[in-house]
Ligand binder design. Structure first.
Ligand code: NAD
Length: 369
């Protein structure tokens, strides 16, 4: 493990992205978002993605200098076509469209297609909740990169189809409440993290093609390896996987129907993924008084925090820490710690970024560490 200061990591990420052909403003935006994910504990959505973005560019599915196109209607709806641009640029466009139009209409929605990789969806939720807007989203991968099996099956039918919701906290907490979760037992990146750290998977996370618990992460194969490999179980696992299955179906179809991209079943499931989504922002002051809502948030948070942590009740294998936290709190705490202590990156990620730096003849900030 190597620990690196966030600013230094961001400068390095921007140089690598520049070397991959992204224009200056895009490199800044994408590097900021990737390091933001690393700061908040989501290594799976941080700088480790840069080599994958390089492959997507080489394969023509990510166009580094593309710009999203926005089509609006007379009402509160809009469509954002990412046109294959970096997803972090598409996410910013969606956020600005929602903020502008919810100010006009009280709420606003966007359907998103061709967004490549929108990254950590919680970033878009946080940006809107910090403007005191509520947020809801459903995301899919337009039929490619499927890794999750429905309850009762081992066949990959879904992506990890995240659902994200956010509520502003009206200065009553130092962070917005952001639930940002895959509808599978765990996001795919958590399997990669276990593999990078040489740890077995808990048996509830994934299943082999033969229906056995998959505990060796190497048996999972890659994103585009097809059904002969394992699959991630839906949220709820062997106890209530039907609920995760239902959430994934809804995320797939909300994102696909309203985003306008192909859904699972309309493309080769081993094709490259490209995110599509449905995002919605709501101005809560259209429904209620700000002071009243601030008091409601405060009362609820006090009530929640009064729950006693019980040492024998597990919070879950994939949770951050071992106590109940509010949605978004784990990310807030991790960001605070990492601002002081720096960002830990697994050796494998450091090696991959170092190779990319050598390939593009740019300075490697990890050299000698
Ligand atoms: P996770 O399991 O790490 O966190 C899920 C939620 O649980 C978060 O809101 C978090 O704040 C909360 N949480 C964490 N610890 C907790 C605790 N102790 N008590 C209570 N709540 C707690 O998230 P995940 O499902 O692994 O997803 C990781 C990231 O992957 C997300 O940011 C998601 O947007 C992203 N993702 C993106 C895509 C894509 O296609 N772009 C696909 C899947 C996932």
């Amino acid at each position: 493990m190597v620990t690196i200061d966030a600013d230094r990591l961001e400068t390095h990420a921007a140089s690598l992205l520049r070397a991959l052909g992204a224009p200056a403003k895009t490199t800044e935006d994408v590097a900021t978002s990737l390091v933001d994910a690393d700061r908040k504990g989501h290594t799976s959505h941080g700088v480790l993605r840069i080599p994958t973005y390089g492959q997507m560019i080489a394969d023509g599915v990510l166009v580094p200098d593309a710009e999203p196109e926005v089509t609006t209607t007379d009402g509160p709806t809009a469509v954002v076509d990412g046109c294959g641009a970096f997803g972090h640029v598409v996410g910013r466009t969606a956020v600005e469209t929602l903020a502008e139009r919810s100010a006009q209409y009280g709420l606003a929605t966007v359907g998103i297609r061709n967004a490549t990789h929108l990254g950590r969806i919680g970033e878009w939720a946080e940006r809107l909740a910090e403007r005191e807007l509520c947020f809801l989203s459903f995301v899919h991968t337009s039929g490619g990169g499927l890794v999750v099996a429905p309850a009762g099956s081992t066949t990959r039918r879904f992506s990890t189809n995240p659902i994200t919701a956010a509520v502003p906290t009206f200065d009553k907490l130092p962070f917005p409440l952001v639930l940002d979760m895959a509808t599978s037992q765990v996001a795919h990146g958590k399997l990669d993290a276990a593999e990078a750290n040489g740890r077995p998977l808990p048996p509830e996370w994934a299943v082999t093609a033969d229906g056995e618990p998959l505990t060796d992460p190497e048996q999972m194969g890659e994103f585009r390896d097809g059904d002969t490999w394992g699959a991630i179980r839906p949220l709820g696992g062997t106890t209530a996987g039907h609920k995760g299955t239902g959430l994934a179906v809804m995320a797939e179809l909300f994102a696909g129907l309203l985003g306008g991209g192909p859904v699972a079943g309309q493309r080769d499931p081993d094709a490259w993924f490209t995110n599509g989504a449905f995002f919605m922002a709501i101005d809560p002051t259209q429904f209620s008084d700000r002071e009243q809502m601030a008091a409601q948030v405060e009362a609820f948070v006090d009530h929640f925090r009064a729950a006693d942590p019980h040492p024998e009740v597990a919070v879950g294998d994939a949770a951050s820490g071992s106590t109940p936290l509010l949605p978004g709190e784990a990310e807030h705490r991790t960001a605070q710690n990492r601002a002081e202590e720096g960002i830990p990156l697994p050796d494998r990620v450091v090696d991959q970024l170092a190779s990319l730096a050598v390939e593009h003849d740019i300075e490697d900030p990890f050299a000698g560490q």
